[in-house]
Design a protein around this ligand. Structure first.
Ligand code: SF4
Length: 193
């Protein structure tokens, strides 16, 4: 049976491990790096370099779209912060579908579906809507039960593992507890963290 050509948007190297492991039997996978709002830029570069290293090690072909559109993201999100994930998913899926269609792929998908932290129903809804618009299949998979396998492999191989989703809002959510603790210590007259 001929394998389908899949353009797989990659949010980060650790989330690629399991889909690559389990989908490669049925698909020729080409990756797409396109994550233009990761903050700060140094974090963006760390994630990009992790994928460069991983894809080279595993011989995975990846299209690197290295544009950085942080300011456009802010313009969309200001005063509509609660919709930021919708904008963020949509931007990445639109780009993936467009490249997949122009490149004659059979279907497109995203490693965002591998994460327990993402809004899966929203990603699927957007994927389906965008697929209709571009007349190309959105491939939906669920390999989240194999999540720990991906974690183990990423640790074994020393792959960079990020601590937050990507944008400045998620960075704040991740570290705000540390800020609260520090404020509490300072209030109590201690300068130890
Ligand atoms: S939390 Fe993650 S998915 Fe949501 S806007 Fe930020 S980077 Fe995008």
């Amino acid at each position: 049976l001929k394998k389908k050509e899949l353009l797989l948007h990659i949010c980060c190297a650790p989330c690629l491990i399991v889909p690559h492991l389990y989908l490669s039997d049925n698909f020729n996978i080409r990756g797409l790096w396109y994550n233009p709002n990761i903050h700060p830029l140094s974090e963006y570069l760390k994630r990009l370099e992790a994928l460069e290293k991983f894809s080279l090690d595993k011989n995975i072909e990846v299209i690197f779209q290295s544009e950085y559109a942080l300011f456009e993201f802010f313009q969309k999100c200001v005063f509509r912060e609660e919709q930021r994930c919708l904008f963020c998913y949509e931007q990445r899926l639109l780009k993936t579908a467009r490249i997949a269609k122009n490149g004659n792929f059979d279907c497109f998908s995203t490693t965002l579906l591998q994460s327990h932290q993402q809004d899966r129903p929203l990603i699927i809804q957007l994927g389906m809507d965008i697929a209709k618009k571009f007349d190309i299949e959105f491939f939906c998979y669920d390999l989240r039960s194999n999540w720990s396998e991906g974690v183990a492999i990423s640790k074994e191989t020393g792959l960079y593992r990020q601590q937050y989703c990507g944008c400045i809002y998620s960075e704040y959510d991740r570290y705000k507890q540390d800020l609260m603790k520090k404020k509490e210590l300072l209030r109590n007259g201690s300068n130890k963290i």
